[in-house]
Design a protein around this ligand. Structure first.
Ligand SMILES: Cc1cc2nc3c(=O)[nH]c(=O)nc-3n(C[C@H](O)[C@H](O)[C@H](O)COP(=O)(O)O)c2cc1C
Length: 228
């Protein structure tokens, strides 16, 4: 576990959440979404990617539960769907998006049998709940197996709202994929770390600074500096 002041620290094997814990987490998400909107945010993004809590339910490599929240694909989707439904009830689907990372490998997740069908069904059911966007991360630029063009297309067809592409984009690839109608919007990660003024630079077609990977996950302003 990363800490700023004491470097990496050991952490205990987490205990499986009880059903009461799950209910509490759902209420906390919904309440937090409501507070975010009250505080002036346009909406919230449910983080269903990168091995964080929601994906810990989705992915059978880490979800070892034998109750209603594990096992079958429907069981593994249950938490995400109940959570999305509770948030939509509080703030509305037009203010609720979700981020997912099929084939992502962070935090011991990784591909699993039936993964494409699983994500298409999840996208369909999230669409039915009226979520405003689905944000699909392809982490192949960071070493994970790629999300196939076929799966991206199927998720896009299954989800009626806005489709956000992300992972390994520069301006040229973004323009290309938008022109090909592979998605509606593109999200940028690492280019922003080295270029806090990324939007202005892209508009001006100005050269970008390269992010310094040795400064990722470290405290202080150095994460923003250019490699000499
Ligand atoms: C230093 C660093 C920290 C990140 N932290 C998170 C995080 O907390 N949660 C998350 O979902 N993704 C995180 N990411 C992944 C990015 O959101 C993004 O998906 C990834 O960098 C791929 O997009 P890119 O190629 O545009 O950078 C992080 C990436 C970097 C480089």
């Amino acid at each position: 576990m990363y800490t700023d002041s004491q470097g990496p620290q050991n952490y205990p094997v987490p205990a499986e959440m009880t059903v009461a814990d799950i209910q509490q987490a759902i209420e906390e998400f919904a309440h937090s979404a409501e507070l975010a909107v009250q505080a002036g945010f346009d909406g919230i993004e449910l983080h269903g990617a990168n091995g964080y809590l929601i994906e810990q339910f989705l992915n059978p490599n880490v979800n070892k539960r034998t109750d209603a929240y594990g096992g079958t694909p429907q069981g593994r989707m249950k938490f995400a769907l109940e959570l999305a439904q509770a948030v939509v009830k509080k703030i509305g689907g037009e203010r609720t998006g979700i981020r997912i990372s099929p084939y992502g490998a962070f935090n011991d997740t990784g591909p699993f049998p039936g993964i494409d069908e699983f994500y298409v069904e999840l996208a369909t059911r999230l669409s039915d709940l009226g979520l405003v966007y689905i944000h699909v991360v392809d982490h192949s630029a960071m070493g994970a197996p790629p999300v196939s063009a076929d799966l991206k297309k199927k998720i896009r067809l299954a989800f009626k709202g806005t489709y956000i592409l992300s992972g390994g984009y520069d301006a040229e690839k973004a323009e290309h994929d938008l022109a090909e109608n592979l998605g509606d919007l593109v999200a940028f990660g690492r280019p922003f770390l080295a270029n806090p003024d990324l939007v202005a630079k892209l508009k001006a077609k100005a050269p970008l600074k390269q992010p310094d990977a040795s400064k990722f996950y470290t405290p202080g302003p150095d994460g923003y500096t250019e490699i000499a």
